[in-house]
Ligand binder design. Structure first.
Ligand SMILES: *Cc1c(COP(=O)(O)O)cnc(C)c1O
Length: 363
C-alpha cells in the first residue's frame, strides 16, 4: 500500500549521511540527535515541547502516566481505533469507556460523548482517525464543562488541522507515532508527545527514563520509553519533506474523488470544509466490501481493513461487559470499510489501474 523504498529514494544520500553521523557520534541513547529532532518537531507542530518516545503506544502510556491515570478512573474514547488507544487506559488499571463513532468521519460521535461522563471520568482520548481530526471544538467544550483533560491520539494525523489548529495542539497533549506506515515514519518504532504544558512535559521526560530526572534518583515509577538517537537523526531528515508527502496524499485522494465520487456502491472519505485531512489511510465504505477486497488482492493491489473488530468486542475487553449492538456505527464500519492505496508517490497510471479495478469490481 505504501512504497517506502520509492518514498525514500530521493533522500537516500541525506538518510545515509544522517546514519553515518549517528554512527560516528557513538551517542545512541538520548543526546543531540534526539534534542534536535524534538525542537524541530515542536517548531513544526507549533508547541512548546516535543518529547521523543519509543512508539505511539508509549507516547499514550507515558502521557496518561504523567496525567496520573489510576485504577478506578474512567477514560472516554472510541471503539473504532487501533488497539493502543484503549490498551494504554487499561494497562494503567483505568476503565476505557467507549462512545460510538460518527459514521461520516469515523471519529468519536460528539453528540453521544457527554452522556458517557460520570463522576469517575477523568479524561477523553479522541482519535483523529485516518488523518481527519475529530470535532475538537465540541470535545473541548464538553471537557471544559466537566473539568476533564483531553489527550489527542494523533498517531495518524500529524499535519492535520481542525478549525485552523494542528492535530496534537488542541488538548493538554497530543501523541504521534513514527511507525513506518504513518505519515512521518521512522525506520522502526518511534513516537512523540507534544504539549504546551511545562510541567507535563517535564514529567513525561522523567517517565521515559524510569522516572529519574537525575540518573539513579527516581522521583516517579516510569519505564524505558526513549526514542533512539538513530531514529531521531533519520526523522530529522524526513520532517522537512512531510508537507510535500501530505500534498501527494491529497493529490491521490482528489483523483479518487473525481473518478469514484459519483460511482454507485462506494462511499468515499469526506473532508470537513476548512479542515486539512492528511489521509494516512484512504478508507472507503462499500456494501460489497469483501468482494472488493478479493478483487483488489487478486490483482495484486494492497488493501486492508482498519479495523475488523471494534475494541468493545475484543476478547481482552470482555470484562467491560459490552455486547454486539452496543456501538452500531463502529460495528457497521468494521464490516463495510476498506483502505485502498494512498501512497504519496503513486504514479498516475497505477492509480488509474486501481480505479478501473474498483469500478469493475463494483459493477
Ligand atoms: C499507530 C497507532 C498507535 C500506536 O502507535 P505505535 O507507534 O504503533 O505504537 C496508536 N493509536 C493509533 C490511532 C494508531 O494508529
Amino acid at each position: 500500500m505504501l512504497n517506502l523504498p520509492r518514498l525514500h529514494a530521493p533522500i537516500e544520500s541525506e538518510l545515509k549521511a544522517a546514519f553515518d553521523a549517528a554512527l560516528s557520534s557513538g551517542r545512541f541513547i538520548n543526546g543531540p540527535f534526539v534534542t534536535r529532532f524534538e525542537s524541530e518537531l515542536a517548531a513544526h507542530v507549533g508547541v512548546a515541547h516535543a518529547v521523543g518516545v519509543s512508539s505511539g503506544t508509549d507516547a499514550l502510556l507515558a502521557t496518561m502516566m504523567a496525567l496520573r491515570v489510576k485504577p478506578g478512573d474512567r477514560v472516554i474514547t472510541t471503539p473504532y481505533t487501533f488497539f493502543a488507544t484503549a490498551g494504554c487506559i487499561s494497562r494503567l488499571g483505568a476503565t476505557p469507556v467507549f462512545v460510538d463513532i460518527d459514521p461520516e468521519s469515523f471519529n468519536i460521535d460528539v453528540a453521544r460523548l457527554e452522556e458517557a461522563v460520570t463522576d469517575d471520568t477523568v479524561g477523553i482520548v479522541p482519535v483523529h482517525l485516518f488523518g481527519r481530526c475529530a470535532d475538537m471544538t465540541e470535545v473541548n467544550a464538553i471537557a471544559a464543562r466537566h473539568d476533564l483533560w483531553v489527550l489527542e491520539d494523533a498517531a495518524q494525523a500529524i499535519g492535520a488541522t481542525h478549525a485552523g489548529a494542528s492535530a496534537g495542539t488542541m488538548g493538554i497533549a497530543g501523541t504521534f507515532s513514527f511507525f513506518p506506515a504513518k505519515n512521518l515514519g521512522a525506520f522502526g518504532d518511534g513516537g512523540a508527545v507534544v504539549t504546551d504544558d511545562d510541567d507535563l512535559a517535564d514529567r513525561i521526560r522523567a517517565l521515559r527514563g524510569h522516572g529519574a530526572k537525575v540518573k539513579y534518583y527516581h522521583d516517579l515509577v516510569g519505564g524505558n520509553f526513549r526514542l533512539d538517537a538513530l531514529q531521531a537523526a533519520l526523522l530529522s531528515v524526513k520532517l522537512p519533506h512531510l508537507a510535500a508527502w501530505e500534498e501527494g496524499r491529497r493529490r491521490v485522494a482528489k483523483k479518487y474523488g473525481e473518478a469514484l465520487g459519483e460511482f454507485p456502491g462506494i462511499v468515499l472519505p469526506s473532508v470537513k470544509k476548512g479542515d486539512d485531512h492528511v489521509f494516512n489511510q484512504y478508507v472507503v465504505r462499500c456494501d460489497a466490501r469483501d468482494d472488493l477486497k478479493t478483487a483488489l488482492e487478486t490483482a495484486g493491489i494492497g488493501c486492508a481493513i482498519y479495523y475488523p473488530v471494534p475494541l468493545h468486542l475484543q476478547p481482552c475487553f470482555a470484562d467491560l461487559g459490552y455486547n454486539v449492538g452496543d456501538f452500531p456505527q463502529a460495528e457497521r464500519a468494521a464490516m463495510e470499510t476498506l483502505a485502498i492505496p494512498v501512497d504519496p508517490t503513486m504514479e498516475k497510471n497505477d492509480q488509474l489501474l486501481i480505479i478501473n479495478l474498483i469500478k469493475k469490481a463494483l459493477k
